[in-house]
Design a protein around this ligand. Structure first.
Ligand code: HEM
Length: 237
């Protein structure tokens, strides 16, 4: 009887760990898709006010009249909110499990690099969450003009104006540059962890391929996102 209980405990624990990691991997994959699409959309700002505002308007009319105005945007919002809740829940569960695990001497000696990586992922993730809250307040929920110009852009009808006003301010540009470097690092390690969780890193060539895929996604997203703010800050658009 005692044996059964003992042998069941690690099984249940490791099954829960696998489930939590799969939850992180799946929600993470949804975020990768979203940031790629969002980054691509933001690049429309390079074509100027009319192109960007037309794109922002088009986002709200996709699948009309099957969906109401802004319907697809709301579906995406719900998917993202569910994804964030799942990702953060699984991260904190895994975090507290790792803290409660009793380290063996082997684990302590061999895991310092992995421990640094998971520390970076955890604190980087917390910083990204703070950035996303700021970002949503700035561009979606409150839509405020950081330079305090109350006669600034008509935020409802001119999203380009809001973007343009925001990136005239050097510290806003700095927040975005730092956040996008953090996002790049998070994506690089996140893509690798997802591949490991899914068992796609069993051979040297697969490991190399996933490192490359992670690096390409991280670079494309970070550089693609940062181009419009820098172009605005340096007066190119
Ligand atoms: C330079 C970088 C970025 C710029 C200039 C930017 C710009 C914008 C703008 C203008 C909106 C409002 C869109 C609209 O209402 O039509 C928006 C919404 C949003 N952004 Fe970003 N974004 C950036 C980076 C990011 C990143 C890195 C993330 C996530 C990791 C993100 C997540 C979101 C989300 C979730 C929304 C809300 C969409 C909605 O429900 O309306 N953005 N962004």
């Amino acid at each position: 009887m005692a044996n059964t209980t003992l042998s069941q405990r690690p099984n249940t624990a490791s099954r829960t760990t696998v489930f939590l990691k799969l939850l992180m991997a799946t929600s993470g994959a949804v975020f990768v898709l979203y940031v790629l699409l969002h980054m691509y959309g933001n690049l429309k700002a390079l074509w100027g006010e009319e192109a960007f505002n037309e794109y922002a308007h088009h986002l709200r009319t996709i699948l009309m009249p099957m969906l109401p105005y802004g319907g697809l945007l709301w579906i995406i919002r719900v998917v993202l909110i569910v994804g964030v809740v799942a990702h953060v829940y699984a991260a904190f569960k895994l975090w507290s499990r790792a803290n409660h695990a009793r380290p063996t001497r082997y684990a302590v000696a061999s895991a310092s690099k992995a421990a640094l990586k998971s520390k970076m992922m955890r604190w980087g993730g917390v910083a990204l969450l703070a950035f996303i809250i700021w970002h949503l307040l700035q561009f979606t929920i409150v839509k405020f003009n950081v330079n305090g110009d109350v006669s600034g852009p008509d935020v409802e009808n001119n999203p380009f104006g809001l973007l343009h006003a925001a990136f005239q301010v050097w510290w806003v540009v700095l927040i975005y540059v730092v956040a996008l470097i953090a996002l790049g690092m998070h994506l690089f390690h996140g893509v690798w962890s997802m591949a490991q969780t899914c068992g796609w890193t069993s051979t040297a060539s697969r490991r190399k391929a996933w490192k490359t895929i992670g690096a390409v996604i991280a670079l494309v997203v970070s550089i693609g996102f940062i181009i419009p703010p820098l172009a605005i800050a340096f007066g190119a658009i």
